[in-house]
Each structure stands twice: as structure tokens, then as C-alpha cells.
Design a protein around this ligand. Structure first.
Ligand code: ASP
Length: 394
């Protein structure tokens, strides 16, 4: 027990995942109730994500000088990474033509046809009051409230309120440290949650759908792998963190992202990896991971582009260069709009399919593969947040 306690978190998570896979194979469909255990831990992680975002954002905006240039640089890094991801996805899908290797059956299941309109969605994200974003655990609303409050307080820092603002910074730090303490306690339960979730998924979904569409699955995994190489090259060129150091320091976050398929649930761990293991400044982590991470989903963007091209190839619909340019644009919008929760990308994919006039009824065909591909793209989403944070920190 003592040896187990001393193991790093990612080793414990990997042990949980392997035991979970074995348990899933043994139990089959009977593994379904295990979801309850993972739900409890994942919900607690998401619960901590909200105050962590708010407190770290307020604290770093009030206590440090966040320059406009830094924020602008972050947006540039995030945007170029996303474009790279989509281009890699399109390149691999055009090269390997995964859609020609399958006979896609006509869709039998329906999908929630509520249209995803990026503009309406964006306007709807502006909170109508100060309370609801917190009550509803709405991350974008909380970032919005945190940003406007912190900016207003910053402008009062030098006048008659200077003393009170100094005390406020002290209380914010106390809040932040309390949440981080809770997070470290919760880390003890994470491997158990991973065991439960992997057992449930392997037991109830199994590997058959993956084997049937192996060419597509392999193409997506290859493209995501290439994107990771791009990250490491960018890191080598533009950050003082070495690639090996990055992989080691971020491993807890990567394994958790892979196990949970949720970048929001992973967010507190990503933050801890950035500040505690990679030694990045708190203000860089607040911007890059908390704000950037909520909007930036490179793996999702890559996947959405590939999935659209895959379905078009499978049903024999030719996508011209112009179509593929629209695809790039829509994949950016859809990935920004995707929440960091499991399978969120499949919902925003409706916008991509609609823009390309592809039948959205084919999206559910991707569902049986999503338990694996979602994990892979979530890991890339989290890696992208960490890479951008390392670069702005320099
Ligand atoms: N599961 C992904 C995430 O949490 C979103 C998605 O692509 O479905 O980042």
C-alpha cells in the first residue's frame, strides 16, 4: 500500500485503466453500474474547475501585469495551432481516403436535430446576470464575469481603494490555495474513477465497432500523433521547456484527459501540472489553461474536419477545394464552441455538416467509435493548452 501511495499519479491512472479494461472484458454489460463511481469523481473535478477558473483569473489579473501583448500572443498561438491541426487532419484524410475503405450503412438512428448556430450560440453565452453562470457551472459565463470584474477592480488599484484591493488579493489567494488543497485530496480517488469508467466503456461498447472502421480510426490516430509532433517542434523552437520535460510534467494531465475524455474535468490537473511540475507562472497558467483551455480544442477541430471528409468519401460526395476551405473555417468555429465534456464535438459537428450540406444523420454512425477517438482528441486538446501556456510563459 505504501509503495502504491508513493507512485506518481499517472502510474496510478494507468494501473486503473488496465485493471478497468480487464474488468470490462470479464464483466461485459454487467459493468454498466460502475459508471456511478466515475460520475461521482468526475463531477467533483468539474465542481472544482469552476472556482479554480474564477479565483485564478481574478487573482492573476489583479496581482500581476498581464500585458495586452501577452494576450494577443496567446490568441495567435492558439489560432495557428488549431489551423495546423485542421490542415493535418485534411491532409491525412485526403491521402489515406479512409472513407473508401468502408461501406457506411444508411443511418438508422436519429440525432438531436437542434441546429447549432455559432452566432446565436455565442450571443447566448453572454450571461444575463451575475449569479446564473455560477449556479449553472457555466464556464464561459464565469470567465466573462471574472474578466469584467477584474478589469474594473484593476482600474481602481491605485486610488483610495488600494488597501482594500490588496486585502482582496490576499483572500483570493487563500481561496485558490483551498481549492488546490481539495484537488490534491481528490487526486487519490481519480485512479478508482478511471478503473470504473474504462470497465464500463469496454464492457458495454467493446472493440467491434473500432475493428469495423479500423482504417478511419487509424487515420485519426495518425493525424493526432502528427499534431503532437507539431506541438513538440513548436515547443522546442519557442519555449524554454524541453519536449521531454514537457511530456514528463504534463503526463498526469494527459493520462487523465485520455481516461475521462473531458478537458474540463482535467482542467484542475492541467493547471497543477503547469504551475507545480513545469514551473510556469500562475498568470500564464490562468490565461493559457483556464481561458485558452475553455475555448481551444485542437484535437476536436482536427477530428471534425476528418469526420466530415470521411463521411463525404464514404457516401461518394466529392468535396472540392472551396468546400474544404469552408470546412477549415467551420471546424475552427465548431471546436471553439465545443464544451470540454465527453462527445461535445459530435454536437458541434452538426454545424460543420450543415455548412457542407452533408447529411447530419450520418453523425450517429461515428458514435460507437467515439469512446476511443474522443479520448485521443481530448488528450490533444489538453496538450495544446499546455503547449500554448509554455510558449506564452517565455
Ligand atoms: N471531449 C472533448 C473535450 O473534453 C470535446 C470533444 O471533442 O468532444 O475536450
Amino acid at each position: 500500500m505504501k509503495t502504491y501511495r508513493n507512485l506518481p499519479l499517472f502510474v496510478k491512472i494507468l494501473i486503473g485503466a488496465v485493471l478497468g479494461a480487464i474488468l470490462g472484458i470479464v464483466l461485459g454489460k454487467q459493468a454498466a453500474p460502475l459508471k456511478l463511481i466515475s460520475d461521482i469523481v468526475l463531477q467533483s473535478l468539474r465542481l472544482l474547475a469552476t472556482p479554480l477558473i474564477f479565483l485564478s483569473l481574478m487573482h492573476s489579473l489583479l496581482s500581476t501585469e498581464v500585458k495586452e501583448k501577452t494576450a494577443g500572443r496567446l490568441v495567435w498561438i492558439l489560432m495557428t495551432n488549431t489551423i495546423f491541426a485542421i490542415l493535418i487532419g485534411l491532409f491525412v484524410a485526403n491521402l489515406l481516403v479512409p472513407g473508401s475503405h468502408v461501406h457506411v450503412p444508411a443511418p438508422t438512428t436519429g440525432i438531436d436535430k437542434k441546429p447549432f448556430d455559432p452566432l446565436v450560440d455565442l450571443v447566448g453565452k453572454i450571461p444575463k446576470d451575475f449569479v446564473n453562470p455560477f449556479a449553472g457551472n457555466d464556464l464561459i459565463g464565469i470567465i466573462f464575469v471574472g474578466l469584467v470584474l477584474a478589469l474594473a477592480l484593476r482600474s481602481l488599484r491605485k486610488g483610495e481603494h488600494a488597501g482594500k484591493i490588496q486585502s482582496l488579493i490576499g483572500y483570493l489567494k487563500l481561496g485558490l490555495d483551498t481549492i488546490l488543497k481539495l484537488l490534491h485530496w481528490l487526486f487519490e480517488l481519480v485512479p478508482l474513477a478511471v478503473l470504473a469508467i474504462v470497465a464500463q466503456v469496454v464492457g458495454t461498447t467493446g472493440f467491434d465497432p473500432l475493428i469495423n472502421m479500423a482504417w478511419f480510426v487509424a487515420s485519426v490516430v495518425l493525424a493526432l500523433g502528427l499534431m503532437c509532433c507539431v506541438y513538440l517542434v513548436r515547443l522546442r523552437l519557442s519555449s524554454k521547456i524541453r519536449p521531454i520535460q514537457f511530456v514528463k510534467g504534463g503526463f498526469d494531465a494527459f493520462t487523465l484527459a485520455f481516461s475521462t475524455a473531458s478537458s474540463v474535468a482535467t482542467l484542475p490537473v492541467t493547471y497543477a501540472c503547469a504551475t507545480e511540475k513545469l514551473g510556469l507562472r500562475e498568470e500564464s497558467a490562468s490565461l493559457g489553461i483556464m481561458v485558452g483551455g475553455t475555448f481551444n480544442h485542437d484535437g476536436t477541430a482536427l477530428y471534425e474536419a476528418m469526420a466530415a471528409l470521411f463521411v463525404a468519401q464514404a457516401i461518394g460526395q466529392h468535396l472540392t477545394l472551396a468546400h474544404q476551405l469552408v470546412l477549415v473555417l467551420m471546424a475552427i468555429i465548431a471546436s471553439v464552441g465545443a464544451a470540454g465534456i465527453p462527445q461535445a464535438g459530435l454536437v458541434t459537428m452538426i454545424a460543420v455538416f450543415t455548412a457542407l450540406r452533408l447529411p447530419i444523420d450520418y453523425i450517429p454512425l461515428l458514435l460507437p467509435l467515439d469512446w476511443l477517438l474522443d479520448r485521443c482528441r481530448t488528450t490533444v486538446n489538453v496538450a495544446g493548452d499546455l503547449v500554448s501556456t509554455c510558449i506564452v510563459d517565455r
